[in-house]
Every structure is written in structure tokens, then in C-alpha cells.
Design a protein. Structure first.
Length: 148
């Protein structure tokens, strides 16, 4: 099938409404927005959940339950297998090295190393947290774990 062989479905390509181009096309003057009021102005929008001034449903209903999400501590995650794919790193592997390698973002989340993958060379790894399997794999390869 080629682009010139595609058959238009009837009414599928309706032309764009041309607003403000004179009274003859039915969309002149007020351009279909009516007279005055906030809806006729540019930039008009209402916040989500707004019900025209009536008390919105989400404020009428009681709050139920509890979520620990506010207290959740996020981590930037790196696996041992990702450390193995790093080039020959000069000195210790820390956040700056991982940011340059594109493994973590440069943000304020603390770094955590997890144990997925294998490590064959000795690395000195600096991070806020290590899983037990990551710690054992790094030390088994002759590396050093620096937490904090």
C-alpha cells in the first residue's frame, strides 16, 4: 500500500474551523465563544474537579485510610552488573562516576547498590546503602564497600 492509494473514509478529514474570518461562515465576530464571560476569554481553564462553584465531590467525601508514601525514601538504584560494565574506572566508583556513565541521574536521591549481575574485578564502591547480596559479591571479587 502506498500513500496515494489510501482511500479517505468519508468525513474523516474534516477541514479546520476558520474562526474570525467574517460573518458569512458562521464563525465570525465572537468565533463561536458567545458574548462576554470567562469562557469567551483567552487562556480560560478550570481546575480539575471544579464543579461550577458547587462543593466538588472529592471534598464532600470523607478521607479514608492512610498512606506511607509521604514518608517513603527514594533511592537511585544501581546493580552490581551495571558496575561490571563500567570502563576501567580511575579510583573509587561513586555517584559522580555513575552520573558520567549515565547509570544514575544527578539528583538528590541517595545511591543504593543491588546485587543483580556478576562482578569479576575489584572495585571500591561508595554508596549510601548496599543490599546484602551486593555487598557479598563486591567483597568476593576483591573489592571494597564504603557505606555512607
Amino acid at each position: 500500500m502506498k500513500l496515494d492509494e489510501i482511500i479517505d473514509s468519508r468525513g474523516g478529514n474534516r477541514p479546520k474551523r476558520r474562526l474570525g474570518k467574517g460573518e458569512g461562515n458562521g464563525h465570525g465576530k465572537t468565533c463561536g465563544r458567545g458574548h462576554k464571560g470567562s469562557k469567551s476569554r483567552a487562556g480560560y481553564s478550570v481546575p480539575p474537579g471544579f464543579e461550577g462553584g458547587q462543593m466538588p465531590l472529592y471534598r464532600k467525601l470523607p478521607q479514608r485510610g492512610f498512606s506511607n508514601f509521604r514518608f517513603h525514601k527514594g533511592y537511585a538504584i544501581v546493580n552490581v552488573g551495571d558496575l561490571a560494565r563500567l570502563g576501567e574506572a580511575e579510583g573509587p566508583v561513586d555517584r559522580a562516576v555513575l552520573v558520567r556513565a549515565g547509570l544514575v541521574r544527578e539528583d538528590d536521591h541517595p545511591l543504593k547498590v543491588l546485587g543483580d549481575g556478576e562482578l569479576t574485578r575489584a572495585l571500591e564502591v561508595h554508596a549510601a546503602r548496599f543490599s546484602a547480596s551486593a555487598r557479598s559479591k563486591i567483597e568476593a571479587a576483591g573489592g571494597k564497600v564504603v557505606e555512607g
